[in-house]
Write a protein that binds this ligand. Structure first.
Ligand SMILES: *[C@@H]1O[C@H](CO)[C@@H](O)[C@H](O)[C@H]1NC(C)=O
Length: 284
């Protein structure tokens, strides 16, 4: 086979996302830059990593969904009410083929689904994710109503103030021409239960969210941005995780610990060298 032309290489570069989703083997093309059209509509990029450094351990605990930009076209009935999630960091693991440890987390969602006829159903999503310090979370999601199947989702952290506010999104429909996501789903997590916020607290929270999202031309005043509804009178909704989710957790427990990753070992060796070899590890 003759040497590939420049045009061909450029084409491969443009198509790298598509190609990697087809065969997962285009790792060399992956590093090629994607040209973003400067005239593209303002919005969230298809992917966003490294915008901030996320310390996943600080995000442990209960969070409430305050706002959500949902994917247009989804049915609005039944209504989702009292959406909250609890995140737990299980530890850091070393994934096969990777040299950097990633956080292994679970996040359990619960909400009431209210139908127009007044009936309610307690629903849960059980999420396992591998999360990087670059803010990318690769999720496997199980629903409480479906014991066997799971789906994969990727979320990117836009903003992170672990004790108060977190903003993240998933790109449901990337646009490879513009680099700007056609259909993002944005979720705003807060620590305080939304129905307990005063009007002044809500106003200052909205102003803060709007300032963070302004560069992406997203505002809490657009109709797409929906405030979550909290009705404490509905009582607790505690869905049980599926057996498949529990089985996945057992499998994950067998992954090598993050301290075995080569990047951790190299950093350790470099620190020892800096110490002038005074405290040499006898195992080295
Ligand atoms: C998430 O998946 C992408 C694509 O496979 C990979 O490059 C990235 O390292 C993964 N991130 C983590 C934290 O596992």
């Amino acid at each position: 086979m003759s040497r590939p032309s420049f045009g061909f290489i450029f084409f491969v570069g443009i198509c790298f996302v598509w190609a990697s989703s087809v065969d997962g083997a285009s790792t060399r093309a992956r590093s090629a830059p994607v040209t973003v059209n400067p005239n593209a509509k303002c919005g969230l990029p298809n992917t966003m990593t490294g915008k901030l450094v996320v310390d996943w351990a600080k995000k442990d605990g209960k969070q409430y969904e305050y706002d959500v930009v949902d994917v247009p076209g989804l049915p609005t009935d039944p209504q989702e009410v009292n959406t909250m999630n609890t995140e737990s960091l299980l530890g850091y693991v070393c994934l096969p083929g990777s040299s950097v440890p990633v956080a292994n987390l679970i996040r359990e969602y619960s909400f009431w689904e209210l139908a127009q006829d007044g009936t309610k159903e307690c629903v849960g999503h059980f999420v396992q994710s591998f999360a990087g310090r670059d803010g990318q979370q690769n999720m496997t999601v199980f629903d409480s109503s479906d014991a066997t199947t799971s789906r994969q989702l990727v979320y990117y952290q836009i903003f992170d103030e672990p004790s108060t506010l977190g903003i993240r999104y998933s790109c449901k429909k990337p646009n490879l021409q513009t680099g700007v996501c056609d259909t993002p789903k944005v979720i705003v997590d807060i620590r305080k239960q939304p129905d307990q916020l005063s009007a002044a607290e809500k106003a200052s929270l909205d102003a803060k969210i709007n300032a963070i999202l302004a560069p992406y031309c997203i505002s809490t005043s657009t109709p797409d941005f929906e405030k979550s509804t909290f009705k404490p009178e509905l009582g607790p909704c505690i869905p049980g995780p599926s057996a498949t989710f529990n089985a996945l957790l057992v499998k994950l427990a067998a992954l090598p610990d993050g301290s075995t990753c080569s990047a951790v070992k190299q950093a350790h060796a470099a620190r020892q060298k800096e110490n002038g070899g005074r405290h040499q590890d006898p195992r080295a």
